[in-house]
Design a protein around this ligand. Structure first.
Ligand code: NAD
Ligand code: UGA
Length: 431
């Protein structure tokens, strides 16, 4: 099939490259000319394991190309996926200006039947707006369908997730759209759920919010564990083996971040509000997540007493391992609270340093590795569970630090081992 992906970010690029790898002819479009120039030169604008090789292979086989020319790309495609960003507005709702702009451009460009698919995460009723917009600017009265096909991939394992999904959700209002998308996804051999467009839009928000709720639930339990001296890791294991609960997304820590959970949660709360429902449960999920980050500062104060002029090393800047994405990364909330209290902050991340340097201009020292971060620090905070932090030389770390204090925000170490090594160690929910 001939496919366009409008928006070549974390989702558009991975989705486009994977569709190409499945044998389709794909054009990835972006209005960021620098990004397209980089992609044409096989320079990756993002860090995503396996993406560079996947792109290289499919470009070589002439199944994948990149352009800033939306019009030409639309005309050469039967299916057009909208994968632009849908950032939060100040009031928490999703900002859909890019979705509208692209819908209008598609309408002005198309000369034959097109299936226009929402891949971006969008609030309910966006499908209707996209259809209305295309109808308004579709001067040649060309036939088209709109569909919703939410994406469930995670950054850091995006290719694996795309190629092996638990399910594929297709929201359609015509059998033609259903048949095209079902055929496109058939090679993935995953269950395909066909719904109306609104239900598909809700499935995406309900899924992300449910996962965020699981994380906040275990973080609330971790608070209780802290207070009474239980171990949340054991508790999560004991809960998770019940198949009805499941082991995944029960890792207590400094809270969820990223470009999606925080924004999709508030967008769902707003969507419910518009429909006349007060989603108080999700408001609490967001509050627990905010509290989790403040907890780290409290723990540091409990161990270091007065914060001004103390030195704190932060290991990990990306919102999770195996990505360079720093959008809403918990590490940044912690760093800004520390800098605000006149703490000298040293940081290190295996891949997110270039993106972090563009944002953290003052009061932070960028280090070359975990050991340089530890040198002369009064405390080390683990903010992201990168593998390389799991196997450090702790005798060396202890020698380098001014005070051997570790706040393990991702529970990657064994508390007993760390205490035996002589650290004043605190995890989350497992003192
Ligand atoms: P992103 O910011 O990485 O990428 C969006 C891209 O769209 C950017 O490169 C931007 O330049 C481009 N763009 C914006 N307006 C454009 C226009 N008018 N014409 C052409 N290109 C345009 O965002 P992302 O993380 O890929 O997310 C995209 C959407 O997918 C969001 O709605 C997000 O919620 C959803 N989503 C993201 C993930 C994820 O893991 N990042 C997973 C599932 C769903
Ligand atoms: C998440 C969803 O998992 C994807 O299914 C979805 O497609 C995507 O959002 C999206 O809509 O953009 P992602 O944000 O890439 O994917 O990463 P996750 O692995 O879900 O982690 C999100 C955050 O939750 C991270 O900060 C992570 O550290 C945190 N987390 C995750 C926990 O604190 N505990 C856990 O048990 C799991």
């Amino acid at each position: 099939m001939n496919i366009s992906l409008i928006g070549s970010g974390y989702v558009g690029l991975v989705t486009g490259a994977c569709f190409a790898d499945l044998g389709n002819k794909v054009i990835c479009v972006d209005n960021n000319a620098a990004k397209i120039k980089d992609l044409k030169a096989n320079r990756m604008p993002i860090y995503e394991p396996g993406l560079s090789d996947l792109i290289k292979r499919n470009v070589k086989e002439s199944r994948l190309s990149f352009t800033t020319n939306l019009k030409e790309s639309v005309n050469r495609s039967d299916i057009i996926f909208i994968a632009v960003n849908t950032p939060p507005k100040e009031n928490g709702e999703a900002d859909l200006v890019y979705v509208e702009k692209v819908s209008k451009e598609i309408a002005l460009s198309m000369r034959s039947y097109k299936l226009v698919v929402e891949k971006s995460t969008v609030p309910v009723n966006t499908g209707e707006w996209v259809e209305r917009t295309i109808k308004t600017f579709n001067k040649h009265n060309i036939k088209f369908d709109v569909a919703s096909n939410p994406e469930f991939l995670r950054e850091g394992s995006a290719i694996e997730d795309f190629m092996n999904p638990d399910r594929i959700v297709i929201g359609v209002s015509s059998s033609k759209a259903r048949d095209i998308l079902t055929k496109l996804y058939r090679p993935l051999k995953a269950p395909i759920i066909v719904t109306d467009i609104k239900s598909a839009e809700i499935i995406k928000h309900a899924s992300n919010s449910f996962l965020a709720m699981k994380i906040s639930f275990i973080n609330a339990v971790s608070d209780i564990c802290d207070r009474i001296g239980a171990d949340v890791v054991e508790v999560a294991k004991g809960m998770g083996l019940d198949k009805r609960i499941g082991e995944k997304f029960l890792a207590a820590g400094i809270g969820f971040g990223g470009s999606c959970f925080p924004k999709d949660l508030t967008a769902f709360i707003k969507m419910a509000e518009r429909a006349g429902y007060d989603f108080a449960l999700l408001k609490e999920v967001a509050k627990i997540n905010r509290d989790q980050k403040a907890l780290v500062i409290k723990r540091i104060e409990e161990r270091l007493w007065n914060l001004p002029d103390k030195v704190v090393g932060v290991l990990g800047l990306s919102f999770k391992p195996n990505t360079d994405d720093i959008r809403n990364a918990p590490a940044f909330d912690i760093i800004s609270a520390l800098v605000g209290q006149k703490v000298k902050v040293k940081v290190y991340d295996p891949v997110a340093m270039p993106k972090a340097k563009a944002v953290l201009k003052h009061g932070v020292k960028f280090c070359k590795d975990a050991y340089e971060t530890a040198r002369q620090s009064d405390c080390l905070v683990i903010a992201t569970e990168w593998n390389e932090f799991k196997e450090l030389d702790f005798k060396k770390i202890k020698r380098l630090m001014r005070q051997a204090v570790i706040i393990d925000g991702r529970n990657i170490y064994n508390p007993d081992d760390m205490k035996k090594l002589g650290f004043n160690y605190t995890g989350i929910g497992r003192r």
